[in-house]
Design a protein around this ligand. Structure first.
Ligand code: BDP
Length: 653
């Protein structure tokens, strides 16, 4: 696959089509998306011009279709794509593209309705062109405090996102600094509008992250008190200005009172006061406020054992259930800590029964190898969505919660910190594309398996022989487990280098203020979060899960040290002690990366040269880093415990 552009065509290249039989297109009722459909059609038609069939698109009324879903039927040599909304036609179109990337004569008939209404990504891009936790080059949207003019690239990006059903995005970092505060003012809103215009052509709604103290930042007032009239007027006028330029603007994402960001607490107000004030300003335009729940004490004293960061979001927000306006949505990270390779789910899912909510994942691999390591994240996200909260008895999964609470949720769904940038292949590591692709596919249809999604991505991206397909599938499917093995053990998390979070530093955060400790000593390790003897975090779950986590015997082993402090000699179900498990997994994880190198080499000539080199180089770094992790973690625990490796392997002393 070579590219006509200075960027990779991702999983959308027409060259991966096995066939394309359509020669004509008919479109009815697609409104603003009509020319997009035409343009897309021509692009794929050009590469495979033979065939006589007609592809017909129409917006209709049909009770079997919901939201922006679509239906595809084949009748008398014609394929009909129907939807209630123009966006559904676009999703239907890309479904057909995928089908022809997989099969010469695919079965096209399908009714496909998305499970989640909001299917969003969040950029953490700064106006200066840097990207917070960005591992794919500079920002797509900005350079040196100016908006980039990259219309073709933006359109391709919008297309990539729409092709997997993503329907909304924010374009700036949740940590909004002064310069970005001007995005919502007269001085920069026209630039924002240009991006909104491009994303709209693929059905994506544009949102902005805003600084809670924007009225101060842009010199409007000297307070951001949500009950202050001047502050309320600022937000009302701001909303009017923004909607004047972008009538279908989505709304705001807010990180308030979190990690030194300003917020209503400064004025003795609640988060409901702050969020509802913004909600009121956006209400006349049907805009939405996403209010992030990533709020915890980041100035902890490590000597003081009374605070548990994992408890923080639930402790504050669970009692506020029902206090938020109906266009305010609480945005909750999947786990209670921060996107670790393994942590429990957030107990807020299921606890908030009368509050709009979106779940936040992190596609950007901040703690999972920073797009230098292979880490296919769909299996992790599936575990989260399938987790049984017991909120309404057995079988109330987190995905159910998102479509059930509040009653008739209008604004629920899923969002994620995205992993893209100016790198030619969009994601730095070519295989990280599978996480973006998979994110969209999974949140549209959470019943898809991680394996099915990986297969789809492989088929859409490469044209491999069956054997090599299996090879790549095996690499992706085992990669999360591999990463977990050579990094921090049994759910404990956080053994990373402070600040940038890449590579091992076992005690890097141990005596710090962030609330991220592992409490390793000469006898054992782990965080005691039980009611019986620890922080009591376990009690934030419904009874069944509380009982499961509280009891060391029933606590799932992958989370053992997330919930319990245990001696090195504690015996796991495998019959191994914890210390031996640590040694073994670290050797195994490293060895698995050695296997990946061989497996990847076998793909030479079958994947394009740019991909081949990209992954090969990154695997060298992954191996180096896995060795670093293996040797530091094993040496550290050998020194603490004094226990020899039963298999007598090299551990540095
Ligand atoms: C953490 C990141 C930090 C973000 C923060 C957030 O390290 O850069 O600002 O999350 O979600 O994971 O706000």
């Amino acid at each position: 696959m070579t590219t006509k552009f200075d960027f990779d065509e991702s999983w959308l290249s027409a060259s991966t089509l096995i066939a394309w039989p359509f020669s004509k297109i008919e479109i009815k009722g697609a409104e603003h998306l009509e020319s997009t459909l035409e343009k897309e059609f021509l692009l794929y038609k050009e590469s495979q011009p033979e065939g006589e069939n007609i592809l017909s698109f129409e917006v209709i009324q049909d009770n079997s279709i919901i939201l922006d879903g679509f239906k595809i039927e084949e009748k008398n040599n014609k394929v009909y794509v129907t939807a209630l909304k123009p966006e559904g036609l676009i999703y239907g179109f890309f479904h057909i593209v995928r089908a022809y990337q997989k099969n010469e004569k695919p079965e096209l008939a399908i009714l496909s309705n998305p499970k989640n209404k909001i299917r969003m990504i969040n950029h953490w891009d700064n106006f200066d062109g840097s990207v917070e936790r960005g591992y794919a080059g500079r920002s797509l949207f900005y350079s040196n405090n100016e908006f980039r003019l990259q219309d073709e690239r933006f359109a391709q990006y919008a297309k990539m996102l729409a092709s997997v059903g993503i329907n909304a995005l924010t374009i700036n970092n949740v940590n909004v600094h002064q310069k970005e505060s001007y995005f919502i003012t007269d001085s920069l809103i026209r630039e924002v509008k240009k991006l909104a215009d491009i994303f709209r052509t693929y059905g994506l709604k544009l949102f902005l992250s805003v600084n809670y103290a924007a009225p101060i930042e842009v010199d409007w007032t000297d307070t951001a008190d949500p009950l202050d009239d001047k502050v309320r007027a600022f937000w009302k006028e701001t909303a009017e200005l923004v909607y004047d330029h972008i009538p279908d603007f989505g709304g705001f994402v807010v990180k308030a009172d979190s990690e030194n960001r300003p917020g209503p607490f400064t004025y003795g107000r609640t988060h409901a006061d702050g969020a509802n004030m913004l909600g009121e300003a956006l209400k006349p335009f049907d805009g939405t406020v996403f209010w992030r729940c990533f709020v915890y004490d980041n100035h902890q004293d490590w000597r003081d054992r009374s605070t548990d960061r994992a408890r923080a979001a639930y402790d504050y927000y669970a009692p506020t259930d029902g206090d938020f306006a109906d266009n305010v949505v609480l945005q909750i990270k999947n786990g209670p800590m921060d996107f670790q390779v393994r942590e429990s789910v957030s107990p807020l899912f299921g606890a908030l029964r009368n509050t709009n909510q979106v779940l936040e994942f992190q596609i950007a691999q901040e703690y999972t190898g920073q797009q230098k390591h292979i880490c296919y994240l769909i299996p992790m996200w599936k575990e989260v969505l399938d987790f049984d909260t017991y909120a309404d008895g057995p079988g109330t999964t987190i995905q159910d919660v998102l479509v059930k609470f509040p009653e008739n949720p209008e604004r629920n769904g899923i969002t994620a910190v995205v992993n893209t940038g100016m790198d030619e292949n969009w994601t730095g590591h070519k295989l990280s594309q599978a996480n973006l692709f998979g994110y969209g596919r999974l949140i549209w249809d959470p019943s898809l398996s991680a394996e099915e999604i990986a297969e789809e991505w492989i088929e859409a991206t490469y044209s491999l022989s069956e054997k090599r397909n299996e090879t790549l599938l095996d690499i992706l499917m085992s990669s999360w487990d591999t990463y977990e093995k050579y990094t921090s053990p049994l759910g404990i998390g956080w053994m990373v280098q402070p600040n940038h979070h890449y590579g091992p530093n076992i005690d890097g955060y141990e005596y710090d203020m962030w609330g991220t400790y592992h409490f390793s000593d000469r006898d054992g390790l782990g965080v005691d979060r039980t009611v019986a003897s620890g922080t009591g975090f376990t009690r934030q779950f419904y009874d069944e899960n509380y009982a499961m986590y509280e009891n060391v015997e029933t606590c799932p082993e992958e989370l053992l040290l997330f919930f319990h402090h245990l001696p090195y000699s504690y015996e796991l179900k495998t019959g191994k002690t914890i210390i031996q498990h640590i040694y073994d997994t670290h050797f195994e994880g490293y060895d698995k990366v050695l296997d990946y190198q061989k497996q990847w080499e076998s793909l030479k000539g079958e994947v394009d040269e740019a991909s081949y080199r990209n992954v090969k180089e990154r695997l060298e770094e992954q191996l180096r880093s896995a060795r670093e992790w293996r040797d530091q973690v094993n040496t550290y625990y050998f020194r603490k415990s004094g226990v020899e490796d039963a298999k007598g392997r090299t551990i540095y002393r």
